[in-house]
Ligand binder design. Sequence first.
Ligand code: SF4
Length: 227
Amino acid sequence: MKINEIYQSIEGEMSGHSQGALTTFIRFQGCNLRCDYCDSKFTWSKDIGEDNWSPKEIVDKVKEYGNENVTITGGEPLMQKRGLISLVKRLHDENCNVAIETNGTYPLPKKIIEDDVYWIVDYKWGMNEKQKDTIFGTINNLHDGDIVKFIIGNKEDFENAIRIKDSFDMYLIQEDQPKFAFSPMHGKLSAKRLVSWLLSLNEADKLNLYLNTQLHKYIWKSTERGV
Ligand code: SF4
């Protein structure tokens, strides 16, 4: 499998793990999107990064760090679906709590949906129509404990995100809904302003809606991630 890095840090954002939880991150190489605000552009190309990690080698490295929480991120992990399925199975065999971050433009593999993982689906602006259809189906497969994230850079993003959330509210079962997490775009929108917009919403729109701050960006410079 093509992996960019495996490292340990704190869980900086809302995910299946508590924010601040000691966590090992497995960063997959390769992404099918090119978001303007991407803070992981080094993962875009499929041609760089260490190749040929087997799931067993990855799990051995995870065990060295000794954190029970594991977050799989990228890049886009679902571009290496076969390896991902096998990796998740091995991580569960080691009793790890697994969260997977995806941009939602690939359908979630049924084998992993049925496993006990937390999905974090990052709704990206600038998807094409086909990708929007896919993410719509993906979000309808999410459950309580999963998270849909929106990065908010301005009021227009905010209003669009609320409109999209409303369109899912009609389909999702109230008691089994994912959380919807709004993150201020670092350096572009303050958390304070975003919170004031969130609090001004009506009761129905506020349901399952959370502020998501990126704790690691308050601790380290953007080029640092942990130890
Ligand atoms: S989906 Fe994620 S990794 Fe890919 S370009 Fe967008 S922000 Fe970057």
